[in-house]
Each structure stands twice: as structure tokens, then as C-alpha cells.
Design a binder for this molecule. Structure first.
Ligand code: IPD
Ligand code: CA
Ligand code: CA
Length: 259
């Protein structure tokens, strides 16, 4: 099944890469900066058609047309384009994020950036890979050695929990904090040890489902800000190698006190 999924992702990736530098039809969702294009919808429908044929009776939890949280024996959790704002502007940090949950357990994860041809993948119990090579979370143990990543929610201007305090706090204690604009890629690069840790607010299941399995299979930890295993109901997520994840949780406790 893995090879068939990768073929489907490769075809879907061609739709994205052939359209990233063209004009798109843009619709606005929750806010003026929460965008969707006709390409997001086209890629989602393409993936649904191909993955349904591959796994009959499977269901979908996906951003554009099936966003109700549900349970199913075989559930694809997917974001056809993670990094839509990047896609609209032609910035190549975009990906397809795809996970398969079987009986509620994540079994397959894929994060594919067709612009740079990076395919991150994990299968439960079999480790994580980038373009066929094994990947692991980083080995850093001190914050000052770290590169972290995060993102800002689309309701940034109106939401008090807009992540700026967290960004400022971490930015003063690490080598750098990046905000590339695709949570799925942020998590995939955390699995690969490029980023030592990642945190964010208000993410949806399709943003994180693949990243969670990738990070766990690469030896990392994913929780909510209270240190409990992350669930799709949680409103905050923090991940990293075990040492850095623990340090990030401690810092998050300090930030909470100052808010
Ligand atoms: C967004 C990206 C971004 C994150 C936003 C997400 P989209 O997904 O993952 O990094 O900060 O919260 O909504 O809209 O590009 O699919
Ligand atoms: Ca997304
Ligand atoms: Ca999306």
C-alpha cells in the first residue's frame, strides 16, 4: 500500500507545483487572512477519489470538505495543502499532510513537499524516513543549542492567545525560532532533527496528524501544554526531542504565570 500512496501523493504534488506560481481563485474562510484556493479543493478531491479506490470503506477527516471530527475503522486525516498562504504567494513551504488511522490508531504518516521534493514518511513501529533515509529527532539537550519553530493563528489580531508572548520568551533563550507557515512541515522537520522543538496554538487534526506519528516514530514526544498526550481536542501542542520537550514544558509553565 505504501508505494501506491506515494504514487498518489506524487500525482497530487504535481497539481500543486504546476499551480504555485500562477494566479489562483481565492476565497476567505474564518478571517481575511484565512484563505482557500481552487487548488486546495482540487487536490483534496483528487486525493479522496484515489485513496477511496485504494482503501474502500475508508473515511476522511480533511480540511476543505470533511472537517467534522469523526471516528472510523479506517480514517484518512489530511490537509491537501498545508501552507495555503505560502502557496498563494508562491513561497515553496507547502505540503500535503496525510495520515491513516486504523481503529483509532495512527498507522501511516506522509508529509510531502512537492516544491523541494521532500517526502517524510512513517509507519507505526517502523521508524520515520525522509526520502528513504532514516530520520531521528535531534540530540540537543540545552535550549541555547536549539532551533525551534512555531506559527501564528489566523485570528492573531483579535485573539489574546496569539502566541507572541511565547515567541518572545523562546526567542530570547534559543539560537532561533522560525515560523515557516506550515505546521505539518514544522513537525516533519522536528522529526528529522532540523528543528529541536515545535509549539503552536489552535491547530486542527489535519495540520498535525501526520506530524505526530512522524515525531513519535523518530523518537520524539508530542503533548499539550500540560504535558498530557496530545489529542485532537487540545488547543495547544508542544513537541520535540525528549530533553528539549521537557525544557519547553518548563518554560511554558513560566510563560503561563506571566500572562
Ligand atoms: C495553517 C498552517 C500554519 C498554521 C495555521 C494553519 P493551512 O494551515 O499549518 O502553519 O500556523 O494555524 O491553519 O491553512 O495553510 O492549511
Ligand atoms: Ca493546515
Ligand atoms: Ca490547508
Amino acid at each position: 500500500m505504501r508505494n501506491q500512496i506515494v504514487n498518489i501523493l506524487t500525482e497530487a504534488g504535481k497539481i500543486i507545483s504546476s499551480r504555485i506560481h500562477t494566479l489562483k481563485i481565492i476565497d476567505h474562510k474564518s478571517t481575511e487572512v484565512d484563505l482557500v484556493t481552487e487548488v486546495d479543493r482540487e487536490v483534496e478531491l483528487f486525493l479522496m477519489e484515489k485513496l477511496s479506490a485504494l482503501l474502500p470503506n475508508s473515511e476522511f477527516l480533511s480540511e476543505e470538505t470533511a472537517s467534522e471530527i469523526k471516528e472510523a475503522d479506517k480514517l484518512w486525516v489530511m490537509d491537501p495543502i498545508d501552507g495555503t498562504l505560502n502557496f498563494v504567494h508562491g513561497f515553496p513551504m507547502v505540503c500535503i499532510s496525510l495520515a491513516l488511522h486504523e481503529d483509532g490508531v495512527p498507522t501511516h504518516a506522509y508529509v510531502y513537499n512537492p516544491m523541494i521534493n521532500y517526502l517524510f514518511e512513517a509507519q507505526r513501529g517502523k521508524g520515520a524516513k525522509l526520502n528513504g533515509l532514516d530520520i531521528h529527532v535531534s540530540t540537543h539537550t540545552k535550549l541555547i543549542e536549539c532551533l525551534l519553530s512555531t506559527g501564528f493563528p489566523y485570528d492573531y489580531p483579535t485573539n489574546k492567545e496569539n502566541n507572541l508572548n511565547y515567541f518572545d520568551h523562546f526567542n530570547r533563550r534559543v539560537q532561533g525560532v522560525r515560523r515557516p507557515g506550515s505546521a505539518a512541515l514544522d513537525m516533519a522537520f522536528t522529526a528529522a532533527g532540523t528543528f529541536d522543538g515545535f509549539w503552536e496554538w489552535h491547530l486542527k487534526p489535519w495540520d498535525v496528524a501526520a506530524g505526530i506519528l512522524l515525531i513519535k516514530e523518530a523518537g520524539g514526544i508530542v503533548t499539550n501544554f500540560d504535558g498530557h498526550p496530545y489529542t485532537f481536542q487540545d488547543d495547544h501542542i508542544v513537541a520535540g526531542n525528549p530533553a528539549i520537550h521537557a525544557l519547553m514544558l518548563k518554560e511554558i509553565e513560566k510563560i503561563k504565570i506571566t500572562l
